[in-house]
Design a protein around this ligand. Structure first.
Ligand code: SIN
Ligand code: MN
Length: 202
């Protein structure tokens, strides 16, 4: 494991924090968990290019009525599965935050999927960082400041990389410009999976 890189104030990156066996174990947990669905944008109903699911007591969800946290899967009505213990341990080891994450959003990017610049701002626990794990194909991740306009920087995130943003970067705009198909053999059918851990309530 390499030492953490400080990307910007509040933004930390651990390259290859998870080895291949740990990546595979997480992938298996994802594929054995709740089924993916394709969210739509509030208002317009335009479909996301990513598919999503969640682990944890609170799942992040978007539909025509807006963004929100829900305790149950929108299609099946079942509670989301528990956050894998390896992710809880990773949260403790990297964030040092005094309470566990309540949401693990799972994003599945097949070739051509992307995510526009946005802020994670549906959480009350603004003092907790956001922790993000990358699995599978490389992605070009963009992160800027707390305003939409303004300088951004681009980082390549590869399988096993772990990124956190908190403190002065907690409301940083961020997104995925594109993935780079064929750069990993981890995800069956190709693509990238992102796991985003967040504390929601105070
Ligand atoms: C997100 O911001 O929800 C996802 C970021 C990523 O895929 O790395
Ligand atoms: Mn986000």
């Amino acid at each position: 494991m390499e030492a953490a890189l400080k990307i910007a104030p509040g933004v930390m990156l651990w390259r290859e924090r998870l080895d291949r066996a740990a990546q595979k174990a997480l992938l298996d947990a994802v594929l054995g968990a709740a089924e993916f669905y394709r969210p739509v944008m509030p208002g317009s109903g335009a479909p996301f290019s990513v598919e999503e699911t969640n682990f944890g007591p609170l799942g992040w969800y978007s539909d025509r009525d807006g963004y929100r946290y829900t305790a149950t899967h929108p299609k099946t009505g079942a509670p989301w599965p528990a956050i894998p213990t390896a992710l809880l341990a990773l949260w403790d080891a990297t964030t040092g935050y005094g309470a566990p994450p309540q949401c693990c959003l799972v994003n599945l990017y097949r070739a051509g999927a992307r995510m526009g610049l946005h802020q994670d701002r549906d959480e009350q626990a603004a003092d907790a960082p956001v922790l993000s794990v990358s699995l599978g194909d490389d992605a070009l991740f963009r992160i800027g400041g707390a305003t939409r306009r303004g300088p951004t920087q681009s980082l390549k995130l590869s399988s096993g990389d772990v990124l956190s943003f908190g403190g002065p970067a907690r409301l940083a705009f961020h997104g995925i410009d594109r993935i780079v198909p064929g750069t990993s053999t981890l995800v069956p059918g190709g693509g990238r999976i992102n796991l985003t851990l967040r504390r929601v309530t105070k």
